[in-house]
Each structure stands twice: as C-alpha cells, then as structure tokens.
Write a protein that binds this ligand. Structure first.
Ligand SMILES: [Zn+2]
Length: 283
C-alpha cells in the first residue's frame, strides 16, 4: 500500500513530466478505474481532453491535477502507478487509463493491477477537491498547523497510534510510518492522547516529519528517469525500518527484541524497553 512518501514521489514526478502540458485525449480502458465518476467513462474522457494541466498537488494519499478551475483527482489504492513514457511502447494488461498530450511527447498511463485505485473529474476542484475536503492536512503540507493538531489530539480519548491513523485529525500516516515515528519518539502506541503533554507531542511530530522526509529522500532516486512509479512495496525503505515488521529482532537503539501486538486487525510493532506500555492510563 503506497504511503505518503511514495505518493509524494509520484506527485513530484507528475510535476516534472506532466505539468504545463495540454491533454490531447483520454482513453479509459477499464471502467472500474473511473467508478467514482458517476457520469461514466465517456464523460470523464471528454471533461479532461483538451485541458492544460497547471499543477500537481497532494493531500495525504490523494493526488490531483488542476485543469483550469477543475481537477483530475486520483487515489492509487493498493497497486496504482502513474507511468510516463514513449507513446509507442506496448500497452500492458494493467493499464486502466491513457492520457496523450498535444505536444506529442510522452504519454501518461494509470496502471493498477488490483484495481482499488481510481480517478475522477471534480468540477471546481482545482484548489481543494470536494471529495477530499474532509481530510486533514498532512504533516508535510505548508498549511499543516501543529498547534491546532496538538489541541485536537488532546481533545480525543483514544490511543496515540489510532489517532495518527485518523484521517480527520492528520492525514498521510499509514501503519508503517506510525510505528516508526512512535519508536523514534519513544512513545507506546496505546498511550492515551488526552494525557499527552506538549513536549511529547512536539517530539512525536518531529519524529513523524523525520521518518517521512527520510523515506521521501530514499524514494527520490527515480525522479530523474522518465518513469514515474509507485509500486506499493515500499522496498527502498524496508532496509531502514527500526520496528515495523521486525518482531523478535533487536531494537536498533537498545537491543531488546521488538514486540508485535494485535492492533485494529493488523499489528503494532514497538520496543518494550524504549516504549513501555502505559500503566493506569497515565505516565
Ligand atoms: Zn529499544
């Protein structure tokens, strides 16, 4: 599942290879890719053909390309990719939508093997598309406000990891980066948010940014190639994971074996020594 750094890598690739160009034609090869566009595939194609792309923006794991006052909104799902390349190359079986450009240069192909991703056209959505207006800013967005996040966080009665995954509070942090950030900040995933003190929140937010920026830098190696890609495997970051998926291996900081707990039908990984479990809900 692509997380924020992977999606940001795709955004930067789109900014480099697509922004400033005018779409010539759009061809939907699989209707499922535009299932969230109620007027259907032909309407989607007609709405975007002939429009100049003026930007490449992101909120959490959503991407959008402003076209005039409107927007082409995309979610990559589990396996979505945006591939830019020679229009003459063969069309792979997983290509769902093809965009060609008026300059006759490289085309853009939305490829999605598992078809959980989708594209839609949002009238008036250039600044912030309505379908994602309820999603909170992510920590790498300039509009992210740490003070209001901190207040909202302490107003919730929940555990810190659950709060980090709540898109109405903060967006773009998935399971992997939540565990890695909590480990860096030495906070147990179940620590109650309403008992967090300011310095702990500051430490956590610094850790979240560090983790995201590190992952982003690691994913940046493919920016220069004419191939904008996200594969959902997150492979480049795997080598530097401290706790996520590392159950039984030594904590890189203290050597204690990493612990795996069941968490919301998934897992939470932590170091039992660096991140002690809260007692009586207080520390
Ligand atoms: Zn440790």
């Amino acid at each position: 599942m692509p997380e924020l750094p992977e999606v940001e890598t795709v955004r930067q690739g789109l900014e480099r290879h697509v922004v400033g160009r005018t779409v010539e034609s759009v061809k939907v090869l699989h209707p499922r890719a535009v299932r969230r566009h109620p007027a259907g595939a032909t309407d989607f194609e007609d709405a975007i053909a002939g429009r100049p792309v003026s930007g490449a923006r992101r909120r959490g794991k959503y991407l959008w390309l402003p076209v005039g006052e409107d927007a082409l909104l995309a979610h990559l799902g589990m396996s979505g990719q945006m591939l830019v390349g020679d229009p003459a190359r063969p069309v792979s079986p997983h290509v769902r939508v093809v965009f060609t450009f008026a300059d006759g240069g490289p085309d853009l192909r939305f490829t999605d093997q598992r078809t959980f991703g989708h594209l839609c056209f949002v009238p008036g959505g250039a600044v912030l598309p309505a379908p994602i207006a309820h999603i909170a800013p992510d920590p790498l967005e300039p509009v992210f406000d740490e003070k209001s996040f901190s207040l909202a966080l302490r107003g919730r009665r929940t555990g810190i990891k659950r709060a980090l995954l709540d898109q109405s509070l903060i967006s773009g942090i998935g399971n992997i980066y939540a565990d890695e950030s909590l480990w860096r900040a030495r906070l147990h995933w179940a620590r109650p948010t309403d008992a967090l003190i300011g310095p702990a929140i500051g430490r956590l937010m610094a850790s979240v940014r560090e983790v995201l920026v590190t992952a982003l830098a690691a994913g940046g190696t493919s920016f220069d190639s004419l191939y904008v890609n996200v594969n959902g495997e997150s492979g480049y970051f795997d080598r530097s994971l401290a706790v996520y998926g590392q159950a039984g291996r030594p904590c890189p900081r203290c050597g204690t074996p990493v612990r795996r707990d069941a968490f919301m039908n998934r897992s939470a990984f932590s170091c039992p020594r660096c991140q002690p479990r809260p007692r009586n809900g207080r520390w």
